[in-house]
Design a protein around this ligand. Sequence first.
Ligand code: SF4
Length: 486
Amino acid sequence: MPNLTDPLSEDESTDIFDKLHEECGVFAIYGHPEAANLAYLGLYALQHRGQESAGIASSDGRKIYCTRKMGHVADIFTPDVLNQLPGDLAIGHTRYSTTGDTVLLNAQPLSVAYSKGQIAIAHNGNITNAGEIRRDLEAEGSIFQGTSDTEVVLHLVAKSRERTLPGALRDALLQLEGAFSLVFLAENSIIVARDPHGFRPLAMGRVEMSDGRGAYVFASETCAFDLIGAAYIGDVEPGEMVIVGPKGLTREHYTPAQNLAQCVFEHVYFSRPDSLVFGRSVQISREEMGRLLALEHPVDADVVVPVPDSGVAAAIGYASESGIPFRQALIRNHYVGRTFIEPSQAIRDFGVKLKLNPVRSLLEGKRVILVDDSIVRGTTSRKIVRMVRNAGAKEVHLRISCPPTISPCYYGVDTPSQRELIAANQSIKEIERFVEADSLGYLPIERLRDAVADTDKRFCYACYTGKYPTPLIQIEELAMATKTGC
Ligand code: SF4
């Protein structure tokens, strides 16, 4: 008999929103007198991709300066700190890492001096053979500072026999497996690269200055360009390396693109709806997910209510397709930090209540369609369903804008183990009972493909199918790589 008990007790689910976690955001700029200030603004726009640490490295053409700290971008980069980051070139990073791994040593950019000069690096993704490479490097005498997979790239660059930095980078990149969108800073150049599968996004843009000159910018999402007035030019392509230096911009494929696997979860949940990711509007994808969800799982109801924020666009799509009115009946408190003081007297579902509050007047006596973007362990979904019912809803029908999450991600998304993923262990009917919904419907995988216009199989869906687009190495290696990715 399937186990219908809670796969994880409520107390064990420490994250009050129980989402698959944000990963990391990267930014780079070449040729702007206020490079560090613009990197700061870019990171500010990318804050949703990681809130545990942030850093900026800049160069004035002679020396690299670097500041990285635990905390939020706006708290770290005061005017005094930014004044200590001079020069026309800068890279930046905002990081999320898994519990127990939030040490400053792993915060990025990582900056080192080696035989060919100084270099700084920032990374989004997860290098799946990092554990293997690290073990070999350590056997040859390399000494590592932290546990981040990004550090292996620096060691490979330093060890390379190639005489130029682009050559050494090419050498290093060809040894890596898995997901990486990387930005490098040398004294007088910026180099950015994407893995040949294209797991993580990396957009390219240009800021025009009043004196007629222009600066090249790169970022995980285009929302970073909007804030600094940069125009989106296109994406760094899978397997491509772009070098910007005194001689201008050059693009080259250091390896051919192969078996494309752009992360569909960027469109489902991670990225901001005002971004273009992999060249496509995230808002449009999410509304389409909601519209197709309404066609797949219609239900007679009075209101469509999103779980904010990431369920909003899908709920708009569901409402417009079904003709059922959209109501913002759950209000999110945006100012909740990761730590809070819990009253000594236990309050039921305290964590979720801290973050969400129902609008009783919109829910009382109503048949509600509740739209969310994912169910991870199921515990949070159950709390939200209860919250809506306790606010007076007559029926609660839960609709999820992606397929059931059945497998962990090894490419930079912090997913619980398969044991903890409710959909890996229970049927949809069982999950429906567990979350206490009157009905439950997920978006089928083929409709998700339609929603992101994946006509030529460019996306990864491994967390919904268990079919990984790259060969994976032994479990211990993966455990290490997964813990230290970004
Ligand atoms: S496994 Fe899922 S979360 Fe990870 S890259 Fe693939 S689609 Fe994205």
